[in-house]
Design a binder for this molecule. Structure first.
Ligand code: FDA
Length: 307
């Protein structure tokens, strides 16, 4: 029951101020977001890559309120890509972007987000890597998929995320699988109404398996974004049934969550990518991580009380 309450708080400015000001927040946040700027994050990237892991990088932020902030978000990604260049990781370090951070919700936002994300995709291609468009709440998705399609005309490797909890996703998955796209499948992290999304865990898990089967059978590149041991095992089985080799799909998990499993899968020869977020505007990202696992909230609350 706590999850929806925390997700509602993730949209509240008052809660943002309270949580951000709590003195211990930082040490709990660090577990999920291992750095505030590019100087902090480069050693983290190097260390994960040395352990045989791949990365997808998220400069945290969303819900910006001006075109200048959207341009600053674009520039933060360009700076990161510039710093990645000498590491020569190629596709081992790709970018994940939220279009809301690139101005999608502002007036003329669709065009603005496309104009801001394109140079990031171009810069990523110049260093031999690519970009995946994260999925945000359901009202943003038609615009996200249209931008994804537009970018793929010049950069076919551009990926996107689909969310198993949404009713629309099975149709989206069929379209993306037929068009040969890179697609990350996740359960979904936003508070969505019953008119558009499954609400029960078992329904979401069943939808996840149906959608993953479609992706595995299709022409694209499936990215299994989950920490759920059952879904990971099913993912391996579906890849096997579809005759996919280890470099024809991958697993993805979030930094700080089941880290031992990242290493286990990589050691078994799977391609394992760690979604690694950094930056100062961490509130929304952090609150979604709390909502996914109430034990995180208890840990956070205990840190506040015992200080
Ligand atoms: P589930 O929530 O059932 O968790 C399975 C197990 O994993 C738990 O029992 C626990 O052990 C562990 N676990 C999961 N979450 C945890 C947490 N926060 N803290 C500690 N342990 C945890 N969503 C979205 O809407 N749009 C997006 O673009 C993305 N992008 C994205 C990228 C990647 C690489 C991942 C892994 C996830 C996302 N998500 C996302 C988030 C996703 O929708 C979902 O909320 C989380 O992955 C949690 O769901 P699981 O599949 O891990 O299963």
């Amino acid at each position: 029951m706590l999850g929806p309450v925390i997700l509602a708080a993730s949209r509240s400015d008052r809660m943002r101020r309270l949580v951000s000001a709590a003195p211990v927040t930082k040490q709990v946040v660090d577990r999920f977001i291992p750095g505030e700027d590019v100087e902090d994050i480069v050693p983290v990237i190097r260390s994960l890559a040395e352990q045989g892991l791949e990365l997808t990088m998220d400069v945290v932020g969303e819900d910006i309120t001006s075109p200048a902030q959207a341009a600053a978000a674009r520039d933060a990604y360009l700076e990161l890509i510039d710093r990645l260049k000498p590491l020569e990781l190629g596709t081992r370090a790709e970018m994940s972007v939220k279009l809301s951070m690139f101005g999608q919700a502002l007036a003329g936002g669709h065009e603005l987000a496309l104009a801001n994300v394109r140079p990031v995709v171009e810069a990523a291609a110049e260093i031999g890597t690519t970009v995946t468009l994260d999925a945000e709440d359901h009202t943003t998705l038609d615009s996200m998929f249209a931008i994804h399609e537009e970018l793929r005309k010049d950069f076919p490797q551009t990926g996107c995320v689909i969310q198993a909890y949404l009713f629309r996703t099975e149709a989206d998955a069929r379209r993306l699988a037929a068009s040969g796209s890179r697609v990350r499948l996740v359960k979904g992290a936003y508070k969505e109404p019953a008119s558009v999304a499954y609400q029960e865990k078992h329904e979401i898990d069943r939808a996840y398996v149906r959608i993953l089967r479609t992706l595995m059978k299709g022409k694209g590149y499936p990215m299994i974004g989950s920490h759920d041991p059952r879904l990971i095992a099913i993912g391996q089985e579906l890849a096997h049934q579809a005759g996919r080799k280890p470099d024809e799909y991958e697993f993805q998990m979030l930094y700080g969550i089941r880290a031992e499993e990242h290493l286990r899968l990589a050691a078994e020869g799977h391609r394992m990518r760690v979604y690694t977020a950094y930056g100062t505007d961490w509130y929304g990202y952090f609150m979604r991580r709390l909502a996914e696992k109430p034990a995180n909230l208890r840990f956070f609350a205990r840190s506040v009380i015992t200080r």
